[in-house]
Design a protein around this ligand. Structure first.
Ligand SMILES: [Ca+2]
Length: 207
């Protein structure tokens, strides 16, 4: 029996190798693979808040209903921070989730139901004022997926001390909405986010 099983296994392996060889040697097959691949990826865009450009050294307050490129401000107000106003985690710009008070930004992007996605983002806080500890949450389709907090103690506008946060979700629909909401009340000095990335993760936990 052991010999028989080994033979079957060997035959299967040989078949896979042959199939792989045949596949790789066929230009048509190779050409179709890149076209199929993007279907597994999200169409998430500009997680770095680089468009539109705000005048360097300034910021722009955006209120509910306004957009930041592919992002929508869906509650309260936020500040889009221009180059040099303070340190960005990636590129030139970042977002303070408190404009005049706590705000929310969200982006809806295509997803493949059943696929696991990893969200990573850079987190810091507005160092210009209290409270020391900024709080907020990341949501998927309106459901809270991750509470976050950042302590600005010892941080400055040029040494923001960005940290990376990450969580995963399994898409249940052809499109998914990712949101970041401040829970820092009554102040214009909120959590700062930048460099948001959404990647299809197959298989986890290797990403
Ligand atoms: Ca950026």
């Amino acid at each position: 029996m052991k010999l028989a099983r080994f033979s079957v296994a060997a035959a299967v392996v040989a078949g896979i190798v042959l199939a792989g060889t045949a596949s790789a040697a066929t230009p048509t097959d190779t050409a179709t693979k890149p076209a199929a691949s993007p279907e597994a990826l999200s169409h998430f865009d500009d997680g770095s808040f680089e468009t539109p450009k705000v005048k360097a050294g300034t910021f722009q307050e955006l209120t509910s209903g306004q957009s930041i490129g592919p992002w929508q401000v869906t509650s309260g107000s936020v500040d889009l921070i221009g180059a040099g106003f303070w340190q960005a985690a990636e590129g030139d710009q970042s977002v303070d989730l408190n404009g005049r008070g706590p705000g929310t930004v969200s982006q809806t992007f295509t997803t493949v139901p059943g696929t696991t996605y990893t969200v990573t983002y850079s987190l810091a806080g507005n160092t210009a004022g209290a409270p020391a500890v900024k709080t907020g949450k990341a949501l998927i389709d309106g459901q809270n997926f991750q509470d976050f907090s950042f302590d600005i103690t010892g941080k400055t506008s040029t040494t923001m001390g960005y940290v990376t946060r990450q969580f995963t979700f399994v898409a249940t629909n052809p499109s998914t909405t990712l949101a970041f909401a401040s829970t820092t009340p009554g102040t214009g000095h909120g959590p700062v986010i930048d460099d948001v990335k959404v990647r299809a993760c197959q298989p986890c936990p290797h990403c």
